[in-house]
Each structure stands twice: as C-alpha cells, then as structure tokens.
Design a protein around this ligand. Structure first.
Ligand SMILES: [Zn+2]
Ligand SMILES: [Zn+2]
Ligand SMILES: [Zn+2]
Length: 316
C-alpha cells in the first residue's frame, strides 16, 4: 500500500513538472517586455578588493555568493531586442546572463544607456574595444557631459575613433524611442558629479513605466519628489547603497546616499501597492541586503518592499 502511494506520488509529480515546464515555455514565447536584473552591487562589486571583513570573506571563500555590479536590462521578447543600463566592470558576464534571454544565439544588447561616469557604471565599455570584442558601432546613449568625457579621455576616445561604439546624445527629460514599445527618458539627479552629470532613467513599455535610479544623494537634495514618482510608475529600482548610518568607517557625508532605513521611513505611509513597486539595488559590500536570508532582507520584505536580486525578471 505504502509502495503504491509512493509510486503514485512520483508519477503525479512527473506529470505536474512536465506540465508546468510546458506552461513556462508558452509564457516565455508570449511574454511582454520585462526588466532583467543583471547585478545589484555598488560600483566596486561584491566582494570588494582587499576586504578582510566577514562581508567579503564569505564570498572569497564561497564564490557562489558573488554579485555583479548594479545593472538592469529591458528585454523585449517580441522583437528579440534588449538594452542594458550601465556598462559595468562585470559587463562580460552580464552580457552572458542577458544572452540567455535572447533568441538566435544573440550575444549582445542592442544598445547601452549610461547613467554617469563613476567606475561601476561605464568602464565595462572597455570590453567593446580593440583589446577585447572590437564591437561594430554599438549604440551608447550618453548625456552631454558623459559624452564629452568619453570623447576627450582615453581609452574611451579610441572606442569612438575606431567606431566600436556609436555615441547617441540624450538630454534630460527628453524621450528617446528605442522601438515601437520601448522608450526611455533620462532624469537628472543630484550626485557627486566630478566627471559627468548623473541621470536615472524612466523606461516606458507602452503605457507602463519603470524608474531606475541606482545612484543619488539624499532624496531631499533632489528638487523632485521620489514619492510622486513612485505613485506614477509601475516599478521603481532605487539606490540602496548603504543599509544604515555608521555602516562604514568613513565620513558618510562624503558619500551621501539615502540609507535603506531612511528610504523605508520615507516610504512608510505609501499604500501596500506602491511599496511593492520598490526594488532596492546598488548595495555596498557592507550592506546586509547582499546576504540571502539576513535580518535586513527579512525586514525589507516584511515592510512590503522588494530586493532586486540578481537575475530576477520584473514584468511590467
Ligand atoms: Zn554607483
Ligand atoms: Zn566587504
Ligand atoms: Zn556614482
């Protein structure tokens, strides 16, 4: 009798698995555009060079815990097109992750949109150059100062001379149409703008919207209201560099970011629906949101927010 039951369970699970597998395949075929998270770490990556603290030792000892630098892609399965937001030092591996979502063995996105000139956000462009891929006119969308910086400084200038990249100028609050469904609007934000200005992006998919702001100084330094934006959009991927004050042994005023604790407080009175739109991203190596099952992760989820985990897909 027991044996019979076991056989029944095994057969029914096989049937269930094969059906659900089929269902997934059909969903993939019919899928609308979605956001794919390609990395969620701050510029320096996770682990961070020479860090001897527990936060990074757990990665040096167990490479499965590694996370790539913050980047997202918008994938359009209908046209088999994709665009990547920021070219990070992990760009080679992130392009590989992205290629798993593309048909016909396509290995590269159809364009790169840059937020700003800090190391985690554009240096991956080097992999398009002569010593690496030797790309042919990869479209790179950049704001005026970002564009100027690439034109005037090597090795980036060589990418332009050799036509590895094709610079596409973009302007604050001015929308660029990427295809019949997808368009993007750069939104300027306050940040340490030593080399370039900094933007976030509003990504439009038909009439749905996703906001991506991986780097910003404190929310109250901005002349726009983040809560108004959250109200307006369907997804908001937001700077969560540090979980709380005192997290690193440096004057944190020199590197201002909204602490996750501050953001959660600011967003406390939003509706449950609005809170669910928020995905925290761009974690410093000291941020416990990088650790699966940490108390910090639990707190964020309990309060109704989301964590932009690497490789998750966010439909919109
Ligand atoms: Zn950054
Ligand atoms: Zn560390
Ligand atoms: Zn930055």
């Amino acid at each position: 009798m027991v044996m019979k039951n076991i056989v029944y369970i095994i057969i029914s699970s096989i049937l269930f698995l094969s059906c659900s597998h089929k269902k997934n395949e059909i969903q993939l075929e019919e899928k609308n555009p979605y956001i794919l998270v390609l990395g969620n770490a701050q510029d320096a990556g996770y682990p961070q060079i020479a860090c001897q603290k527990d936060c990074c030792q757990r990665v040096f000892k167990n490479p499965e815990n590694k996370r790539f630098v913050s980047s997202i892609a918008v994938v359009d399965p209908i046209s088999n097109e994709s665009w990547i937001f920021d070219a990070t030092p992990d760009f080679s591996e992130q392009a590989k992750l992205l290629s798993k979502h593309l048909k016909n063995e396509k290995q590269l996105p159809d364009g790169i949109l840059l937020t700003h000139g800090h190391i985690g956000h554009y240096t991956g462009l080097m992999f398009l150059g002569r010593e690496a891929l030797g790309a042919k006119s990869m479209p790179v969308y950049a704001m005026p100062r970002m564009q100027d910086y690439l034109i005037k400084n090597g090795p980036w200038s060589q990418l332009i001379q050799l036509e590895n990249i094709d610079l596409k100028p973009i302007r604050e609050d001015s929308t660029i149409v990427l295809n019949e469904r997808i368009s993007v609007t750069p939104i300027q934000v306050p940040h340490r703008d030593e080399f370039t200005e900094t933007v976030g992006f509003m990504i439009h998919n038909n009439n749905k919207k996703a906001l991506f702001i991986p780097d910003i100084d404190k929310w109250n330094k901005w002349d726009r209201s983040i809560t108004d934006y959250i109200n307006e959009v369907d997804i908001a991927l937001l700077d969560a560099t540090f979980f709380k004050n005192g997290e690193i042994n440096r004057d944190m005023n020199e590197i201002p970011h909204p602490f996750v604790e501050e953001s959660m407080q600011l967003f406390e009175n939003l509706s449950a629906k609005d809170k669910r739109k928020i995905y925290f991203i761009h974690f410093n190596h000291t941020n416990p949101l990088l650790i699966e099952g940490s108390n910090a992760q639990e707190t964020v989820l309990e309060k109704g927010f989301n964590i932009a985990k690497q490789e998750i897909q966010i439909p919109f």
